[in-house]
Design a protein around this ligand. Structure first.
Ligand SMILES: *[C@@H]1O[C@H](CO)[C@@H](O)[C@H](O)[C@H]1NC(C)=O
Ligand SMILES: *[C@@H]1O[C@H](CO)[C@@H](O)[C@H](O)[C@H]1NC(C)=O
Ligand SMILES: *[C@@H]1O[C@H](CO)[C@@H](O)[C@H](O)[C@H]1NC(C)=O
Ligand SMILES: *[C@@H]1O[C@H](CO)[C@@H](O)[C@H](O)[C@H]1NC(C)=O
Ligand SMILES: *[C@@H]1O[C@H](CO)[C@@H](O)[C@H](O)[C@H]1NC(C)=O
Ligand SMILES: *[C@@H]1O[C@H](CO)[C@@H](O)[C@H](O)[C@H]1NC(C)=O
Ligand SMILES: *[C@@H]1O[C@H](CO)[C@@H](O)[C@H](O)[C@H]1NC(C)=O
Ligand SMILES: *[C@@H]1O[C@H](CO)[C@@H](O)[C@H](O)[C@H]1NC(C)=O
Ligand SMILES: *[C@@H]1O[C@H](CO)[C@@H](O)[C@H](O)[C@H]1NC(C)=O
Ligand SMILES: *[C@@H]1O[C@H](CO)[C@@H](O)[C@H](O)[C@H]1NC(C)=O
Ligand SMILES: *[C@@H]1O[C@H](CO)[C@@H](O)[C@H](O)[C@H]1NC(C)=O
Ligand SMILES: CC(=O)N[C@H]1CO[C@H](CO)[C@@H](O)[C@@H]1O
Length: 838
């Protein structure tokens, strides 16, 4: 129900004069014509054009999708009940080399904000420019480290100068495009720095850190953007001229540090990111809805989902250390932009309800009453109307609460009563369908083995014997210092004279993330670090020949460190070694201070083999096929784009580790040979109780013991319809590409339940021309299995017949649960239906 008409904010309203609103700190008074909006705030809300607003925002990171996907993602966010889109700004993507900028393609940030504006939504610009974000180097360009005197994120001229230059560049771009609210644009809030509070704590709040955070706030305010600046997770030493905000899984018990500012939740984690050694994290729709409802129950008014769409780490400079190429995040929109049900729909229902109560929530008098231990009733009253929340924070006990009538509030849930009498929403009662997505083959051509491959060896020779490195040093250098992150790979080579033949153990002490060792051109060993264990060693037996011997080491990174105080001091590669040949009889040869020759990147990277240019000599198929399980091999195939408009993925099971490109566009790193760990949370899933991403309380994990990422997103924009497309792989560790296959992502099974007679059951195959092929289950008391594999309970012939008649052959259908469905012998109550789409 709607108690007040939705605040009709005219984007043409002129700014109210500050004096007319004495309680408001009016930050923007830019009234440059039609469309300009003022943005201010008070202790309850962000105030836009004099109206207190609820901000329901979702993070969508523009480089993690393609510009072609943006309008659809933003539209789905809006239809999901959001009114704001938030993004970080990705400095190292925009300035890969100093003063050489990239604002093209998926880095076209202005185009992204214009799409938000076209959709009629607000935007939050989180410049950082340090962003963490599970992004390579936390968003900072690696070249920063080569500037003398550089200390990241502390009070020093070199860092502050570069940070100000970049921040100003972004602000100016946004001003030029008239993207700030005062100019008629969508941006209502901007962020400087990111989660610095944690870092300050770890640095014992030292003076440089404190000066730096105040410098950040002053520098930001100097930019005169006309909208408030926020700082997230900065609970102490908060500069007076910014708003501090909360990040976390729950923020209801958090309040800002000073009065007069609203309660803003910048990162409400919808799930969790994935590392190469980890299974998939899932945050249930019930728990995230609980967290959001609790936040609004406790005076929250600005909340952002991190992430609303996670997306993909395309390109080697996207993903942070050990982060998978998929950045799905278990978000309401999946990696490919499909609606994830029931999470999306369950939150949409909540958003629509909260927005219908906007006026009361942001103006109302409020009263919290402890009904019982951990059971709280909150009443907001404004203009003679009231809305109520009942929260039950007990994690294992349902409670009956009398308010108007008696309401059963399940454990770990919040009920919302827009009239303080009837429950319109309970966070634990999901009415939305569950959709199970499948990866399907469309044509014979997409069956494994159908692709024809050619191949090419990576040319290792130059780094095996002769001396054609870029430079030499009698020291083992860190990879970032030596090569400024221009490639994942850095070659180190040295030589030594040996009298007679000798058997040794080659010992290399190195850091994130992998190492290959060659002696006299022959691969003798490899190793990689386990996630978390950054330092690791390679120990492998080697034989030296009489005379000159060459030791060639290839070090590789999988995303650079992105977090922690002084993370620029964290090395990558064989920083300082030692590298030794350990003799069998105690005679060691220490090579640490030998003359080392360096070369960044692979020969194939320099030759841009991924672009499949003329002149590259690919070797074709012969009767015995192509070499498989051969390290350092390039593979190429051509394929037809799958028909239709569903998302496309490539299944790389059988490959080991490397990188993939389609028509020259990077799909990111692949590593299907990495198996996700078995963890405690693999086999338990209960939404009740605090969600955790670490330690004992982890649950609801899937994909345990399976390849941590098998499918890789191929955006439609990378493909050409009606002509051959090229897939190029660089297989570093040795794998078999012949099993690779293209798939499309579609709704497979759909399930929904009706708790009571009279409830509507709506099922949808999600568009793209998919229709219900059959009704598999329509029964009472289903308890075993999950959607897609329900083992029916007590089957209702009447329900089966009704759903078959209404749904089969249709894209979507709605059937009312009637008393007639409960047949002989079947318990009445919850009815569960499962259909298959095709
Ligand atoms: C603050 O910490 C940084 C980094 O450890 C250090 O360089 C600096 O000397 C410290 N400053 C003070 C005043 O302790
Ligand atoms: C913020 O709150 C904490 C205690 O919760 C306090 O230590 C700190 O001084 C407060 N004020 C500022 C401006 O940080
Ligand atoms: C809050 O609600 C309780 C229970 O209805 C009532 O006893 C109390 O007087 C209210 N407090 C205020 C300040 O309105
Ligand atoms: C009550 O809620 C608090 C805060 O979430 C929690 O720490 C505590 O364990 C809860 N108590 C019970 C009995 O569930
Ligand atoms: C709540 O009340 C209903 C109706 O009186 C009763 O059947 C049910 O057992 C109660 N549940 C709890 C958890 O107290
Ligand atoms: C191995 O390298 C790391 C990182 O440079 C260093 O901290 C550690 O001391 C080294 N270990 C040995 C045994 O030298
Ligand atoms: C690889 O590194 C791990 C961890 O340092 C070590 O336990 C293992 O022995 C190493 N394997 C080889 C072949 O060096
Ligand atoms: C063993 O030690 C002797 C002398 O200490 C040395 O000459 C010989 O080369 C060593 N053998 C190996 C296999 O390292
Ligand atoms: C290598 O050089 C460093 C710095 O000069 C020195 O501290 C170290 O002892 C040397 N190591 C060996 C094995 O000579
Ligand atoms: C066929 O290709 C394989 C693998 O590259 C190679 O080992 C073999 O020599 C080739 N055979 C012919 C007849 O060219
Ligand atoms: C439920 O809460 C209790 C008391 O706070 C706690 O000991 C227990 O671990 C919680 N259970 C879950 C599943 O979170
Ligand atoms: C980085 C961060 O904010 N972490 C917090 C996330 O939320 C959990 C649970 O609320 C906290 O324990 C973390 O400290």
């Amino acid at each position: 129900m709607v108690l007040f008409p939705r605040a009709s904010v005219s984007r043409c309203t002129m700014a109210a004069a500050p004096l007319a609103l004495p309680l408001l700190l009016v930050l923007a008074a830019i009234t440059t014509g039609c469309g300009a909006a003022t943005v201010a705030y008070n202790d309850r809300a962000v105030v836009i054009d004099g109206q207190r607003r609820i901000i329901l925002s979702g993070s969508i990171h523009y480089p993690r999708s393609t510009p072609e996907m943006w309008p659809d993602l933003i539209r789905k966010a809006k239809e999901g009940g959001l009114n704001t889109i938030e993004t970080y700004v990705f400095w190292n993507g925009h300035e890969p080399r100093r003063r050489q900028y990239n604002f093209e393609g998926n880095y076209d940030i202005v185009r992204f904000f214009k799409e938000i504006q076209h959709a009629g939504m607000y935007a939050i610009l989180r410049i950082g420019p340090y962003i963490c974000g599970e992004w390579n180097y936390g968003g900072l360009p690696a070249w920063l480290r080569n500037i003398p005197g550089m200390q990241f994120r502390l009070h020093n001229d070199p860092f502050e100068r570069e940070m100000e230059t970049f921040t100003t560049l972004i602000v100016d771009k946004m001003k030029d495009a008239k993207m700030f609210a005062g100019q008629g644009g969508p941006i209502i809030l901007a962020q400087i720095e990111n989660e610095y509070g944690n870092i300050m704590g770890e640095l014992n709040n030292n003076q440089s850190a404190s000066q730096y955070i105040h410098w950040c706030a002053d520098m930001a305010n100097k930019q005169k953007i006309g909208v408030p600046w926020i700082m997230c997770q900065q609970n102490h030493h908060v500069p007076h001229n910014v708003i501090n905000t909360c990040n976390g899984f729950y923020c209801h018990d958090w309040f800002p540090n000073r009065t007069g500012i609203p309660k803003i939740w910048t990162e409400n984690w919808t799930g969790w990111f994935k590392a190469w050694d980890k299974p998939d994290f899932h945050r249930s729709a019930e728990d995230i809805a609980f967290a959001v409802a609790r936040f609004f129950q406790k005076r929250g008014s600005v909340q952002n989902y991190y992430m609303y769409h996670g997306g993909t780490n395309f390109g080697r400079t996207s993903g942070g250390p050990y982060i998978t190429t998929s950045y799905d995040y278990d978000a309401p929109l999946d990696e490919y932009g499909n609606i994830r049900q029931p999470k999306y729909g369950h939150l949409k229902d909540l958003h629509n309800l909260l927005r219908s109560m906007e006026k009361i929530l942001v103006h109302g008098e409020h009263n919290d009453t402890a009904y019982a231990k951990n059971v709280t009733v909150t009443k907001y009253t404004y203009g003679g109307s009231s809305v109520c929340f009942i929260s039950n924070q007990l994690n294992d006990t349902d409670v009956n609460v009398t308010l108007g009538a008696t309401h059963l509030v399940p454990a770990w849930s919040v009920s919302i009563l827009p009239d303080c009498k009837t429950v319109a929403y309970n966070t634990a009662k999901i009415k939305t369908q569950t959709s199970v997505m499948v990866k399907k083959a469309n044509t014979v051509e997409e069956e494994p083995g159908a692709l024809r491959w050619s191949w090419m060896p990576e040319n290792l020779r130059p780094f095996m014997t002769d001396d054609r490195g870029s430079f030499r040093k009698t020291q083992l250098l860190d990879q970032i210092a030596a090569a400024t992150d221009q490639s994942d790979y850095l070659w180190y080579r040295t030589s030594l004279e040996h009298k007679g033949e000798g058997a040794y153990k080659l010992y290399v002490n190195t850091t994130g993330h992998e190492i290959y060792a060659f002696v006299n051109g022959k691969l003798v060993g490899q190793n990689h670090s386990a996630n978390g264990a950054f330092v690791f060693q390679l120990e492998t037996p080697v034989k030296l020949q009489s005379g000159k011997n060459y030791i060639s080491l290839l070090s590789g990174t999988v995303g650079l460190k992105n977090y922690g105080p002084l993370f620029e001091l964290m090395p990558a590669g064989i920083a300082g070694g030692p590298v030794k040949l350990v003799g069998t009889n105690g005679t060691d040869i220490d090579l640490t201070n030998s003359s080392w020759s360096y070369k960044s990147g692979l020969a194939g990277e320099q030759r841009q083999i991924h672009l499949d240019k003329a002149g590259h000599k690919w070797r074709g198929h012969n009767s015995s096929g192509i070499p498989v399980n051969r390290p350092f091999t390039w593979y190429k195939t051509s394929f037809a784009a799958p028909a239709g408009d569903e998302a496309v993925v490539v299944d790389l099971l059988g490959l080991n580790k490397g990188a993939a490109w389609v028509n020259g566009h990077s799909l990111g790193r692949y590593w299907p040979a990495y198996t996700a760990a078995e963890m405690g949370g693999c086999h338990v899933c209960d939404y009740r109780g605090e969600f955790k991403a670490e330690g004992g309380g982890v649950r609801c994990l899937t994909g345990c013991g399976e390849p941590s990422q098998r499918f890789y997103h191929v955006p439609r924009a990378f493909l050409r319809a009606g002509e051959p497309n090229t897939l190029v792989l660089f297989e570093e560790a040795g794998g078999d590409p012949t099993r690779a296959a293209f798939r499309t992502v579609a709704v497979g099974a759909v399930c929904a339940a009706a708790a009571e007679v009279g409830d509507d059951v709506t099922l949808s195959c999600g568009g793209h021309g998919r229709v219900v092929a059959g009704v598999d289950v329509a029964s009472f008391g289903v308890t075993r299995g999950s959607c897609g594999g329900y083992e029916g309970g007590c089957e209702s012939k009447a329900a089966l017949k009704a759903f078959t008649a209404a749904c089969v052959g249709r894209e979507s259908c709605t059937v009312k649960h009637t008393g007639a469905f409960a047949g002989a012998g079947c318990e009445s109550g919850a009815l569960t239906v499962q259909v298959t789409c095709s």
